[in-house]
Design a binder for this molecule. Structure first.
Ligand code: G6P
Length: 368
């Protein structure tokens, strides 16, 4: 087993470090000679797209958190309404699914019972089914009309890391492909986004090289009982994933909040020394996030901010800052999640938890 961990202490750490490779594979295997996206095994034409008036993204756990970013990208690029739902809620909610619906399922294993049930129910109602999965030939892959594989490689640790980032890239590729076919984005924007996505593996390496700093920060969180994650826009969706990582492997109670909701209740939870991880990667929302950091800090919170390199004014509102390379607003989450994965990992290790096999959790939930 030690050999298969490639010199790392745990599979999770190995998998965190495999993300540049996973993203590169997922992306570059689908670029043709002209550098355009070629979605293998997806045969959705412009005519098919014109017939689709709504999209559901359905998934569980980390895959659901990736789906939230997919919703953002599809709505922004393809200009079609997207509902992102948790599979176990979706299947009992009598959703508006018909032959004009595209159902996108996101599942690392391709075997999650609720996600599979959502697929079967929607198929029976005539929806077109596209799945994004990491396991070739899995049940969800087999029963879908179109499949897009994440090339993350096998993920062993229960806490998902490289599956999440490759799922986001896959959803963005699907969004860009649909948008260029439908004519809802320009050729120039399309090319620019692909070029920026290609820069991600190197930028992730840069974030990973900062691991020692994050390991130090883990000491300030490891003795706490609660932690909060704040963000706005896609950073809020990312906060949900950061919070999930921490709670599932360190057993610290943690919650994610939309920063704008602070004053509607959340701020009552802040005490002296409460760790708050504040994600501020979105240019348009940056100043708003800085005020939210100041609000929680004034009530005693210990603020760890995650911001783009050039946004150094974040330092006035935080105790510690983790910088990530500058990137496009929609791509920043892929960089900002890396320090949160590392933080959860090092906190879990410091607390002596079973990092790769946290209590009560399973890698794949094949029962309801
Ligand atoms: C379990 C795993 C999670 C995963 C979720 C969905 O809860 O522990 O890491 O996100 O299932 O799994 P899937 O294979 O459908 O992505």
């Amino acid at each position: 087993e030690a050999a298969s961990k490639g010199g790392y202490d745990h599979f999770m750490e190995k998998e965190i470090h495999e993300q540049p490779k996973g993203i590169k594979e997922t992306l570059e295997r689908r670029l043709d000679d002209q550098g355009n996206i070629k979605l293998d095994s997806i045969n959705i034409s412009k005519e098919d797209l014109d017939g689709i008036n709504k999209v559901y993204i359905v998934a569980c756990g980390t895959a659901y958190n990736a789906g939230l970013l997919g919703k953002y990208a599809i709505e922004k690029f393809v200009k079609v309404p997207v509902i992102c739902d948790i599979a176990s809620e979706f299947r009992y909610s009598d959703p508006f699914v018909d032959e004009n619906t595209l159902l996108i399922l996101v599942s690392q294993s391709g075997e999650t019972a609720d996600t599979l049930a959502a697929l079967r129910d929607s198929k029976a109602k005539g929806a077109r089914i596209l799945s994004i999965t990491n396991v070739v030939g899995s049940s969800i892959a087999r029963e879908s009309d179109d499949v897009f594989y994440t090339w993350a490689g096998p993920e062993i640790a229960v806490a998902s890391t490289k599956a999440y980032t490759t799922q986001i890239i896959s959803l963005y590729m699907v969004a860009l492909d649909f948008a260029i076919k439908k004519g809802t984005i320009t050729e120039e924007f399309y090319k620019e986004m692909i070029a920026k996505m290609k820069e991600l593996p190197d930028k992730i390496e840069e974030v990973l090289s900062n691991e020692e700093h994050i390991k130090e920060l883990a000491k300030t969180v490891s003795g706490k009982e609660d932690a909060f994650y704040l963000g706005r826009g896609v950073d809020y969706n990312l906060a949900m994933e950061g919070s999930l990582k921490l709670k599932e492997i360190s057993y610290i109670h943690s919650e994610a909040f939309a920063a704008g909701e602070l004053k509607h209740g959340t701020i009552a939870l802040i005490e002296e020394g409460t760790p708050v991880i504040a994600i501020a990667t979105q240019e348009a929302l940056f100043e708003k996030m800085v005020s939210n950091m100041e609000e929680v800090r004034a009530r005693g919170a210990y603020v760890i901010a995650i911001a783009q390199n050039h946004n150094t004014t974040v330092e006035k509102a935080s105790d510690k800052v983790i910088y990530i390379p500058n990137s496009d607003d929609i791509l920043s989450p892929i960089l900002a999640v890396i320090p949160m994965q590392l933080l959860a990992y090092h906190v879990s290790k410091l607390r002596g938890c079973d990092v790769d096999k946290p209590r009560n959790l399973a890698k794949s939930v094949t029962v309801e």
